[in-house]
Design a protein around this ligand. Structure first.
Ligand SMILES: Nc1ncnc2c1ncn2[C@@H]1O[C@H](COP(=O)(O)OP(=O)(O)OP(=O)(O)O)[C@@H](O)[C@H]1O
Ligand SMILES: [Mg+2]
Length: 460
């Protein structure tokens, strides 16, 4: 068979071609030649090994057709047989390259029980963690001469940003995952000399993007991405090493209870005039908060969650209140009792119902994260609260209600929700002529005017 494949791979594409790791990702900035490399790699593999089974996926059918089906059909026409009904290319040596998609979460089940020697996820960050995990189980090989592999391409952003970043950028591994199985090749548009020559204005358009988008699309910076809900969050500004907290500071907890995950945070409110040491020398604004401890545990019953929270609290820690999700006040089906009652029986008393307006809550959290002229935000998080630090930057905008955070991926919402309840229990003082709006009933607003200490009234 004579197949004339045009183009010479650039340096990064070559690295992608030669990688035989269990998982190889090629990602980052736009336009580096990732999709080209993925297509070419799959054709080369199909030609190299007889009877190889390959699956190349994009999240939606339309994207698949636009990005790969048409390009492969043009490239392989006349030499490789394409079966439209199955969206599969059959090579003369028996190799089979199937093109697929996983539009909805459950679409992935169509691959159940199937075996592929090689699986490719194009725009991998558009796939959910569940989909990616499921596809990994289909990546098996019964051939002696070939170890199963997965290839990924992608840009920062999308529902899969979290798992992609954990595996390939942060390199934090869980359970049976092994660091040596994961290879990452960073992509830059400047690698792609073909595109730069043919389309120099494309590179200029990336260079002229607004700051946050530019960091993601031109620099391939995985700490920011389009659609990110809290681009103002940064490790530099908001995360500090754990330090001693003065005993007399007001402390409280905030909690988002759920059977899938219980997230609880311990807070300390800085006394006015407090000057932290070191690089935080700038005087922190009055009422600044520190989140100093985290409980982040799945599958806790209400009683067990209450016990864990109490276990983690030292006996001399003077916790004034624990603000919690409002659903704890409604009666549970199984027991007919509210969650607060079950928790109180374990000794976790002083629960306060969180103010539930989501959009106002997120706005308040944004106020806390905003830096003042001294570069001092009003919220700092101790580095030991690893899930808060990990998930706050992963939260995304809801697609329809953009002022709200998306509920997907669900895993990244628990810590931010708990933190939202925390800030809403301590709304920042209204500026001169403003009075608190929206999230209070009229009588609560009256109280605020009288005392200026809404949160204290709530807890007494
Ligand atoms: N080695 C190469 N030889 C010839 N053309 C190439 C090569 N690499 C990439 N190209 C061409 O450059 C253009 C951009 O490449 P490609 O679409 O693969 O980039 P990408 O990184 O997937 O971009 P995006 O981030 O937008 O998905 C395409 O027209 C592609 O065909
Ligand atoms: Mg692409």
């Amino acid at each position: 068979m004579k197949l004339f494949l045009r183009g010479t791979p650039n340096k990064k594409q070559k690295l992608f071609f030669v990688s035989r790791a269990r998982h190889t990702a090629y990602g980052g900035a736009r336009g580096g030649g990732k999709s080209w490399a993925m297509r070419r790699k799959f054709v080369l593999l199909a030609l190299r090994y007889e009877g190889l089974k390959l699956l190349l996926l994009r999240r939606t059918l339309a994207e698949l057709r636009e990005n790969h089906t048409l390009a492969l059909q043009a490239e392989l026409a006349g030499l490789v047989h394409y079966i439209d009904r199955e969206r599969a290319f059959i090579f003369p040596n028996g190799s089979r390259l199937k093109l697929g998609y996983c539009d909805s979460e459950s679409d992935v089940l169509q691959y159940q029980g199937q075996e592929y020697d090689v699986i490719g996820l194009e725009e991998a960050t558009h796939f959910t963690e569940y989909q990616r995990d499921f596809l990994t189980t289909c990546n098996r090989s019964v051939r002696g001469n070939f170890k199963p592999r997965m290839y990924y391409t992608g840009n920062p952003g999308g529902v899969g940003h979290g798992w992609f970043k954990r595996l390939f950028i942060d390199r934090q591994y869980r359970g049976a995952e092994q660091a040596g199985d994961y290879v990452f090749i960073p992509a830059r548009v400047y690698d792609n000399s073909v595109l730069i020559k043919a389309n120099p204005e494309y590179v200029r358009s990336l260079e002229n993007l607004p700051h946050v988008l530019r960091r993601a699309h031109l620099d391939g910076d995985w700490d920011v991405f389009a659609g990110q809900f809290f681009p103002e969050f940064s490790r530099e500004a908001h995360v500090i090493p754990p330090t001693e907290i003065p005993k007399e500071w007001l402390r409280f907890r905030s909690m988002d209870y759920g059977m899938d995950m219980t997230a609880c945070y311990w807070w300390a409110v800085a006394r006015e005039g407090y000057e932290p040491a070191g690089r935080d020398k700038a005087n922190m604004p009055a009422g600044s908060c520190f989140i100093y401890r985290e409980l982040y545990e799945p599958r806790l019953t209400l009683s067990k969650a209450a016990q864990r929270i109490l276990e983690l609290t030292a006996s001399d820690e003077n916790i004034r209140y624990t603000v919690a999700s409002p659903d704890l006040w409604s009666n549970r089906q199984e027991s007919g009792t509210g969650g607060v009652v079950i928790m109180a029986k374990e000794g976790l008393t002083g629960l306060v119902k969180a103010v539930s307006g989501r959009v106002n809550g997120w706005r308040m959290l944004r106020e806390y994260l905003a830096e003042n002229d001294d570069n001092a935000p009003k919220l700092r998080i101790f580095a030991n609260c690893v899930n808060a630090v990990r998930t706050l930057p992963l939260l995304q905008h809801d697609r329809l209600r953009v002022e709200d955070a998306a509920s997907e991926p669900h895993e990244v919402t628990h810590a931010p929700e708990a933190i939202r309840y925390g800030v809403m229990s301590r709304p920042l003082m209204p500026r001169a002529s403003e009075e608190p709006q929206g999230f209070y009933t009229p009588s609560e607003r009256e109280d605020f005017k009288l005392t200026g200490k809404f949160e204290i009234r709530k807890i007494r």
